[in-house]
Design a protein around this ligand. Structure first.
Ligand code: GRF
Length: 204
């Protein structure tokens, strides 16, 4: 049986699109990208999902009395859609410890730096401004701290002397669009074993 995936996104959605295209090309074998969860009514990712004919749940936090009610609405839909893996792709919200516990080691995030360096929402700019010579991309499981859980995959990106923040951003996104489907595939094949902070990648 195929494992249903939900992608959570708040903005542009280039990682969502990359994952959806991989799925449509049949390169996420054993997975079904069943749902986009979006918390921002103005996010371009919503029209991308429409074009790709992927079901969208728009949950605007402004219409809920508190975070628990907001998360409960999401959880209900995840259950209804039998979601087995949550993939955060530019989701600009911290999930509560309660939520993370319910999907322990079944929530992934992608971050545009080599964690633990440059956590937070402006990682590419921060790394560039720091004068870093090598940065990269991290895919990790989510725990209850921001940009912190066990690391699944990391890939480095060199910062050339001629680099601008825009060119670096472009390079990093390209790497993201390859590494995220790769991590999802490893998960679907049951090849990720979490031992404390370490994620072991098994051979089959
Ligand atoms: C990506 O750089 C990702 O690493 C970060 O948020 C950005 C989302 O970009 N968590 P997009 O919306 O997928 O284009």
């Amino acid at each position: 049986m195929k494992r249903n995936i939900a992608v959570f996104a708040s903005g542009r959605g280039s990682n969502f699109i990359a994952l959806a295209k991989e799925a449509q090309r049949g390169r996420l074998k054993g997975a079904n990208l069943a749902l986009l969860v979006c918390d921002n009514p103005n996010a371009p990712v919503i029209s991308a999902a429409n074009k790709l004919k992927i079901k969208t749940l728009l949950v605007n936090p402004a219409v809920f009395p508190n975070k628990k009610a907001f998360e409960d609405a999401i959880l209900r839909h995840l259950k209804e859609n039998k979601i087995g893996l949550i993939v955060l792709a530019g989701f600009m919200r911290i999930l509560s410890a309660r939520f993370v516990k319910l999907y322990k080691n079944r929530i992934m995030n992608i971050h545009p730096s080599l964690l633990p360096a440059f956590k937070g929402a402006h990682a590419i700019k921060d790394a560039f401004g720091y004068g870093i010579k090598i940065t990269g991309v991290t895919v990790h499981f989510v725990d209850d701290k921001m940009d912190h859980g066990p690391i699944i995959l990391q890939r480095e990106v060199a910062v050339l002397e001629s680099e601008t923040v825009d060119s670096l951003e472009e390079k990093i996104h390209k790497v993201e669009h390859n590494i995220y489907p790769e991590a999802v595939n490893l998960f679907i094949k049951g090849r990720l074993k979490v031992k404390g902070r370490k994620v072991l990648i098994t051979t089959h």
